[in-house]
Design a protein around this ligand. Structure first.
Ligand code: GDP
Length: 166
């Protein structure tokens, strides 16, 4: 079985743990137990100082903000810059995700703002809910698809065309 190293980045509280646990176990936990992290061998950025190391080892990146928190949307931009800096490459498999779409009434970041940023970065964009499982499986399927493209000969090109279609 092939192993995929996916790094989930985003500021605290955006739902990185909840999305990953929802994908792996199919359940939503209001309160997250950090010890579960090791058990599922998922990589979740916790400390900024560790981020370079996570990025170096990562093959695919899920950049998450909370769409009910404008600040978290601003926070994601330097994280993307850091990925490009560490990887020294523009075409890293990557997805931009606005999480907590179930909280539509409290939205602070419009769909259009998220979409525009993803277009600037030439990567796919999705709005998800770890709570009601909206687009969670699709999110992980898409990042795996991108990593598969990137690992093929001429993977760059195929990754770019996949981004363009989305
Ligand atoms: P992390 O710090 O990015 O790992 O964030 P967590 O996964 O720990 O989530 C922070 C809080 O937001 C927790 O109370 C979660 O239950 C909640 N949360 C995460 N995802 C969602 C979501 O999609 N919808 C709602 N309503 N709450 C969420």
């Amino acid at each position: 079985m092939r192993e995929y190293k996916v790094v989930v980045l985003g500021s605290g509280g955006v739902g990185k743990s909840a999305l990953t646990v929802q994908f792996v176990t199919g359940s939503f936990i209001e309160k997250y137990d950090p010890t579960i992290e090791d058990f599922y061998r998922k990589e979740i950025e916790q400390f900024a100082s560790m981020r370079d190391l996570y990025i170096k080892n990562g093959q695919g990146f899920i950049l998450v903000y909370s769409l009910v928190n404008q600040q978290s949307f601003q926070d994601i931009k330097p994280m993307r810059d850091q990925i490009i800096r560490v990887k020294r490459y523009e075409r890293v498999p990557m997805i931009l995700v606005g999480n907590k779409v179930d909280l539509e009434g409290e939205r602070e970041v419009s769909f259009g703002e998220g979409k525009a940023l993803a277009e600037e970065w030439s990567c796919p964009f999705m709005e998800t809910s770890a709570k009601n499982k909206a687009s969670v499986d699709e999110l992980f399927a898409e990042i795996v698809r991108q990593m598969n493209y990137a690992s093929q000969p001429n993977g760059d090109e195929q990754c770019c065309s996949s981004c363009a279609i989305l």
